[in-house]
Design a protein around this ligand. Structure first.
Ligand code: SOE
Length: 402
């Protein structure tokens, strides 16, 4: 791709996918220039989807200039500088590698891929492309929640001291109903894994981001509670109960994952990711305990960060509730006055802002595909651990030797 010239201050975007993530990314491309000063103006050139009518309806809603039905057409277009991948994990490696080789920047939804091998191919292609001034980012948006960005600052400023623990849960309950229909997220061939890769990946990335350390070993279990579900309707939508006598198909991924982790810096982690936490809708919770302090975060109260300063006198020490909406807080100053709050979509807008700024500056955006590969390695280690029955020690029963 030719270096950005003063005249070409636009960034032509082509997006593959128009469902939930497609909508979240589309709103981010449209909203970012309205609230942040960007060195390049995103131009919503084309939305790509195999169903031209469905993609066209979403394109009209978000102001995409054209519709394509084959991602290869996006990659071939000279008016497109960046490919945004919002499709199931099984499609990521082919699209990302082709786009990078064609000189297009890439933003790819998480998890990076469905296997370590695919993630390695993507990371290698991204490393080669960066030498040509072509950059890639993986879409772990929770890092860009102001509260978690503030938490990272507290850690890097030493306010927590030596990190000892990461306590991480991602709790959803959209599959508790056994008649919720099948979707691509429940098919290993498309999704790679279930709760582990879909929402557990967020926990692993957030833990790496907050601690600045990498998970080096894990021991885990995976569980599928409901192993067949009604076959979804024509458009395979999530949610709502399929009729009880509908044809049922196999669930080929985990419904829940739990694992312990050791970090390079000596910290200990406990992780849980499940779609069966009845009553919890999108409770991504992180607590980091250090020698001098601690932070606690729950995405269901995403504008708040709990902070404990262990250096305070015992008489006044306690977790305090920081409302992370001050102009001096990460990203918050671009939006509303203090206390008005942000939502789920803002992490996607912040992602676009940081990506566009990095591209214009000729710098590697974060998280990189190498960061995404590091997450993929952890996911694969948890799967390997879960498959190794020798890792599970049966509790002795009455009369049995322990
Ligand atoms: C799962 O339901 C999901 O949509 C994830 O795929 C997203 O990454 C997360 O942001 C919200 O929950």
């Amino acid at each position: 791709m030719s270096p950005m010239t003063e005249t070409s201050r636009e960034l032509g975007v082509g997006q593959v996918g128009y469902a939930f993530m497609g909508a979240a990314h589309s709103q981010a491309w449209r909203t970012a220039p309205s609230f942040f000063d960007l060195p390049l103006a995103p131009r919503l050139r084309a939305l790509c989807g195999r169903d031209a009518a469905a993609a066209g309806a979403v394109a009209d809603r978000f102001g995409w200039e054209s519709v394509e039905t084959d991602w290869r057409s996006l990659v071939a277009r000279d008016d497109i500088d960046l490919i945004d991948i919002c499709t199931p994990g099984s499609t990521h490696v082919e699209i990302a590698v082709a786009a990078l080789r064609a000189g297009k920047h890439v933003l790819c939804e998480k998890p990076l891929a469905n296997t370590v091998e695919e993630a390695e191919q993507m990371a290698d292609a991204a490393a080669e492309a960066s030498a040509r001034g072509v950059y890639a980012m993986v879409g772990f948006t929770y890092r860009r929640t102001p509260a978690l960005s503030l938490a990272r600052q507290l850690v890097t400023d030493g306010r927590l001291g030596t990190i000892r623990h990461v306590r991480a849960q991602y709790l959803q309950d959209w599959l508790v109903d056994p008649d919720t229909p099948l979707s691509w997220r429940l098919d290993k061939a498309q999704a790679g894994s279930g709760a582990l890769g879909d929402i557990g990946a967020h926990l692993v990335d957030a833990a790496h981001f907050l601690t600045g350390s990498t998970i080096s070993s894990v021991s885990g279990v995976l569980q599928t509670f409901v192993d067949t579900r009604p076959v979804a309707g024509e458009h395979g939508t999530l949610g709502g109960s399929g009729s009880a006598d509908a044809e049922r198909g196999p669930v080929t991924v985990d419904d829940a994952a739990a694992f312990t982790a050791r970090f390079d810096n000596g910290a200990l982690g406990v992780f849980e990711a499940t779609r069966f936490a009845t009553g919890r809708k999108n409770a991504m919770r992180l607590e980091v305990s250090g020698s001098d302090g601690a932070i606690a975060f729950d995405f269901e109260e995403m504008n708040l960060l709990q902070f404990y300063d262990a250096t305070e006198p015992a008489e006044t020490a306690g977790f305090r509730r920081i409302v992370v909406t001050e102009p001096t807080h990460p990203y918050a100053g671009a939006w509303w006055p203090p206390g008005h709050g942000l939502g789920y979509e803002h992490g996607f807008t912040h992602q676009v802002v940081d990506l566009v700024r990095a591209i214009a500056a000729g710098e590697q955006p974060s998280p990189s595909f190498a960061d995404g590969l590091a997450v993929q390695r952890v996911l694969a280690a948890v799967e390997a651990s879960a498959l190794d029955d020798s890792r599970q020690h049966r509790v002795s029963q009455q009369g049995e030797a322990p």
